[in-house]
Design a protein around this ligand. Structure first.
Ligand code: PLP
Length: 372
């Protein structure tokens, strides 16, 4: 395999934009009405917002969310004017005019953010669109119940603000049995009743799977678009989007009793063959996968042995036929069988963190492009 386009890289990461768009369509298909947006914060969960967001636009998505203003500024020129791009963190004091300049919509999370947005609308003499977030349990962002009441009680509370959605965020949506879901739903509905005619948005990916009660007018999936399982303990109905293939740098034979890699945390129990791959924790291949992760080749699971280094990891290839792998060959480090959730389980984290850790050193390729 020498001489291929990826020769200069230690691994290749394929991102399947058709699978991504299928996932968006399948989530939208669960809605009886209302819109399906897309959360593309953190560079589309590590997969590349510049590719992901336009692909989702072509699939029909018109509502996009990022976390930071700078993410919005970078993405806005890549989306047509009829796409709405909202910034979840809202407008930092003094940055309000930047939102207007760049055509971004803030999620207003506090009374000062509301006041500053209202003031800017007054200065400009025209209404400014925004989303208002209330806290129903996360205790993270958004107005608490008292602040919401205060806003409603003030005469000029939302003056000049074109309120596009009332929004809140679910705490434990991936667990349908969690009582907090219904409590948040009830509190959200009660708040919504105080703002007649205003549209609403509550569900993230997992929230969509809690059923129609949670859908309202706009859902905000992120993780499920990228193939993360939305319901804990249930089969994943979404398509895998990423495949990661690590390149073999060397193979070697070791005798039973030989210990490998930093700190010698693994010792061969039999005469073994090993392959050193050009992927390490600096690539986001988490060190917590040392002696726990698996690679795969021809359907054979190849255990990661020894500690993962910054730039390399070692797999036990003894169960593959002699000569099957040599320098420059690739083995799968993430594939449909060993997907982001399976890797996360072994690493002691969640699929979200596996995705957002995906390295910047990989040769990235984007498969296909969405059809409308
Ligand atoms: C990140 C985020 C989402 C998307 O959540 P997923 O679980 O990835 O679907 C939706 N809404 C808010 C407010 C978020 O911060």
């Amino acid at each position: 395999m020498s001489g291929d386009a990826f020769a200069a890289y230690g691994a290749r990461l394929s991102i399947d934009l058709d699978a991504l768009c299928d996932n968006w369509r399948s989530l939208r298909g669960r809605l009886a009405s209302g819109d399906c947006g897309a959360v593309v914060k953190a560079d589309a969960y590590g997969l590349g917002a510049a590719q992901v967001a336009p692909a989702l636009y072509r699939a029909g998505c018109r509502q996009f969310f990022v976390a930071h203003l700078n993410e919005g500024i970078a993405l806005r020129p890549l989306l047509p004017a009829d796409a709405t791009l909202s910034v979840l963190h809202g407008a930092h004091p003094g940055s309000e005019a930047e939102f207007v300049r760049h055509g971004l919509q803030p999620v207003l999370n506090s009374l000062p953010q509301v006041a500053a947005w209202r003031a800017l609308a007054g200065r400009l003499g025209r209404p400014l669109a925004a989303i208002l977030q209330i806290d129903t349990g996360m205790a993270r962002l958004g107005l608490d119940a008292a602040e919401f009441a205060q806003l409603l009680a003030s005469a000029d509370g939302l003056a000049g603000i074109e309120l596009r959605y009332l929004m809140s965020h679910l705490v434990s949506a991936e667990d349908p049995a969690a009582p907090i879901n219904r409590r948040q739903l009830a509190d959200f509905r009660a708040a919504l009743e105080r703002l007649p005619g205003v549209r609403a948005s509550l569900a993230n990916s997992s929230g969509i799977f809690l059923g129609a009660d949670y859908h309202f007018d706009l859902v905000r999936p992120g993780a499920a678009l990228y193939g993360v399982a939305p319901v804990a303990g249930q089969p994943n109905p979404l398509r895998p989007v990423v495949r990661l293939q690590g390149k073999v740098l060397q193979t070697r034979r070791i005798a039973a009793g030989t210990a490998v890699a930093y700190s010698h945390t693994w010792t061969a129990g039999r005469d073994s063959r090993l392959a050193t791959l050009a992927v390490g924790y600096a690539d986001g291949y988490l060190r917590s996968l040392s002696n726990r992760g698996v690679a795969r080749c021809d359907g054979v699971a190849l255990p990661l042995v020894g500690n993962i280094s910054m730039d390399t990891l070692i797999v036990d290839i003894t169960d593959l036929p002699e000569g099957r792998l040599g320098e420059g060959d690739y083995v799968d480090l993430a594939d449909p069988v060993n997907g982001v959730d399976a890797i996360a389980g072994r690493a002691g984290t969640i699929g979200y963190e596996i995705l957002t850790s995906l390295g910047r050193r990989y040769a990235r390729s984007y498969l296909a492009a969405c059809r409308t």
